[in-house]
Design a binder for this molecule. Structure first.
Ligand SMILES: [Ca+2]
Length: 187
């Protein structure tokens, strides 16, 4: 088993060595994003008192009321977001975060000569939500009392990260490198 893992790693390293610089940067960029997808961290500020907990998609609970705003890292998406919790104690409600201004830890580089925000690839990338497959077994908990803290881990995203090292994209969330430019006709 260990020998097979080492052999796989050797294949990946050799393939990366043979691949172009762009392919290598996509490989490491995708690994960084896959690793980031494993964690959720929030530090928000606002009015209200609440506690929330999520144990997989089957159980997502919140108690209390609050609307708080601040730093949100939802996997590879990092930026400013708002968490809203609404429930009449002791009846459970829900707690959700919405990113209002987000960027990505790693984004595909724009093709040479194009402005970053103008490329179709980047627009497509920015619209892409986190895969529902990857978040199915997420475990999260948080508390707000003027300041709010929220922490979470995603076991399935950890599995996707490990497979990603061997160039297997289980969550289908890797950005594919653009095809190499065609040589001009007649050459
Ligand atoms: Ca992936």
């Amino acid at each position: 088993m260990r020998q097979r893992t080492v052999a796989w790693l050797a294949v990946v390293v050799l393939a990366l060595g043979a691949a172009g610089c762009a392919t290598r940067s996509y490989y490491f960029g995708n690994r960084l994003n896959d690793l980031a997808d494993v964690v959720q961290v929030e530090l928000t500020f606002g009015m209200g008192v609440e506690a929330h907990v999520k144990l997989t998609d089957l159980l997502n609970l919140g108690w209390g009321f609050s609307k708080s705003r601040g730093f949100v890292m939802d996997g590879r998406r990092v930026g400013v977001g708002q968490r809203s919790t609404g429930a009449i104690i002791p009846f459970p409600g829900t707690s959700d975060v919405e990113l209002t201004d987000a960027s990505w830890l790693w984004e595909p580089p724009p093709p040479p000569g194009e402005a970053p925000s103008e490329t179709a690839d980047q627009k497509k990338w920015a619209d892409r939500p986190r895969s529902s497959w990857g978040s199915m077994l997420d475990i999260e908990a948080g508390l707000t009392l003027l300041a709010g803290v929220h922490l979470g881990v995603s076991p399935l995203e950890a599995v996707d990260f490990i497979f990603g090292i061997f160039a297997v994209d289980l969550a289908d969330d890797d950005v594919k490198p653009p095809p190499p430019a065609k040589p001009p006709p007649g050459k």
